[in-house]
Design a protein around this ligand. Sequence first.
Ligand code: GLV
Length: 350
Amino acid sequence: MPNNFRVYATCDLGEALLGLRKRGYEVEVYPRPEAPPKSLIVEKVGSGIDGLITTLRDQIDAEVFQAGQGTLKVVAQYAVGFDNISRGDANRYQIPFTNTPDVLTETTAEFAFFMLGELARKMWTAERLLRENQWSYWHPYLPLLGAGFDMNILCVTPTTRHSDYLKAIQEMMDLRYARQISKEKNWVKMVGFEEALAQSDFLSLHVPLLRAGESSTPTYHLINERVLRRMKPTAFLVNTSRGPVVDEIALAKALKENWIAGAALDVYEKEPLAADSPLRDPSIEDRCRLYPHFASAGRITRLSPDPNLGMAGRCVQGLIDVLEGNYGGDLTQMPYVVNQEAFGRQPGPA
Ligand code: GLV
């Protein structure tokens, strides 16, 4: 059967879309780098497309699903996070949506470490010093001292326990020590949130955005004024998850009043970051690193058409699975379909 499906993509995914065209799909791509207006998405969906490829910039809600009633068969999100898609509305209209889990985990984790390293070694301040021609001598502890990578790890998770994974990490730490690769005997352990706040030198966030009512453990403003006051004054915050997990007004105040030592952010409550955001306050510039939501932006991670390597490949595979009826057409068996509960699967822990 020819694959004469019609697909609209709200941004270009490169080679992976050529792959769809080679399969016989008719693929239209929004040509500009910014997100298309919502009205255009609704118009395209209303024109009877079979599949819609979205990014985290597109609000996909009842208006979009309504426009696609009876014709739209899948929304394929190019991201692991899907807080821009109303799961309730997708379920009401019985339209499956997919995401791109796992392929970006390592790249994003690496970037969280780059951010952590930048904070730990004060790299931005150091480079500015040099560029302003303030570097006038080499000295054992001037102008700056920082900390390195050897660390103990405290893990917090409200849901699953990941005990096998933690065991493997501990085994690796033990081996590094036994083989004298590491001079310190480090450990990893599961702790409660309050203990992590009180003990941590770096607090790195790796959670989905879940608003009240979406989960028994919501993450919206998880990092708020109370939490920031509980952290050590020498501690740093790293956020590569979703902006609204952090209350930015509270964070700007915490940095200004030195409740914590610094923060590095890749994501914001509203993106792109507003010109008048308190996070841009020059008085906190030396301890607030700001990046443009690009932690996952490794070339292969973003663009590889191989579904085992790239978000582009995995996004397109999710779309193909639904449209071409892979897995015997059983949506609850398709690995990238998120809202499987709408098609009969019991929901797992949120
Ligand atoms: C990026 O933020 C993603 O969710 O993939």
